[in-house]
Design a protein around this ligand. Structure first.
Ligand code: COA
Length: 155
């Protein structure tokens, strides 16, 4: 399986709009409401401008696999990952996570610690992060906070 990973660009705006609004994707978002085209456009164009944000798009055999986001602050990054609905349920998330973190290691020189906030009911996501080696660092009533230390792991 060959995952092609690249930075998102303006031409991906519509693709991300339909993916982000798919019920299978947004049901585990902290805000699960649909977004309007205007809201999406603002968010997406701003995301491309932000130096602290990296939006990655992955494809397998020219079909969209999913979207990965790094939000950087010094040596920390919060991440978000989602797959296109038709790619879910095949165990591909963990491979996508791996190539994205590898990308982060190669392109984000300050990066040491990666965090992911996962809603407690999001079992597939929890399983994926735990299997990959993320450690549970904290929890609230609604979510778990997972951490991955890049300096302690050879990818
Ligand atoms: C989270 C996500 C990336 C995982 O994708 P995936 O690799 O297709 O996930 P899978 O369905 O293959 O499940 C991963 C693991 O969780 C297990 N799992 C899936 N649903 C489960 C459930 N309801 N209860 C328990 N385990 C479950 C699978 O059996 C699999 O386990 P395995 O690795 O031992 O085989 C994908 O579901 C997604 O994009 N979800 C929507 C967005 C999202 O939740 N993103 C994460 C935000 S933090």
């Amino acid at each position: 399986m060959n995952i092609a990973l690249r930075l998102a660009n303006r031409e991906d705006m519509k693709t991300l709009f339909s993916l982000r609004n798919a019920i299978e994707v947004r049901r585990y978002f902290f805000n699960p409401a649909k977004v309007s085209w205007d809201e999406h456009q603002k968010w997406f164009l701003n995301s491309l401008e932000l130096a602290s944000r990296q939006l990655l798009l992955a494809e397998i055999d020219s079909k969209v696999l999913g979207v990965f986001r790094f939000d950087l602050e010094g040596e920390f990054a919060e991440i978000d990952i989602y797959l296109a609905p038709e790619m879910m349920g095949k165990g591909l998330g963990i491979n996508f996570l791996e190539v994205s973190i590898q990308w982060g290691k190669e392109h984000l020189s300050a990066l040491k610690y990666i965090f992911a906030k996962v809603l407690k009911e999001n079992r597939a996501s929890r399983k994926m992060f735990e299997k990959f080696g993320f450690a549970l660092r904290d929890e609230t009533d609604t979510y778990f906070l997972y951490e991955f230390n890049l300096t302690e792991r050879v990818l």
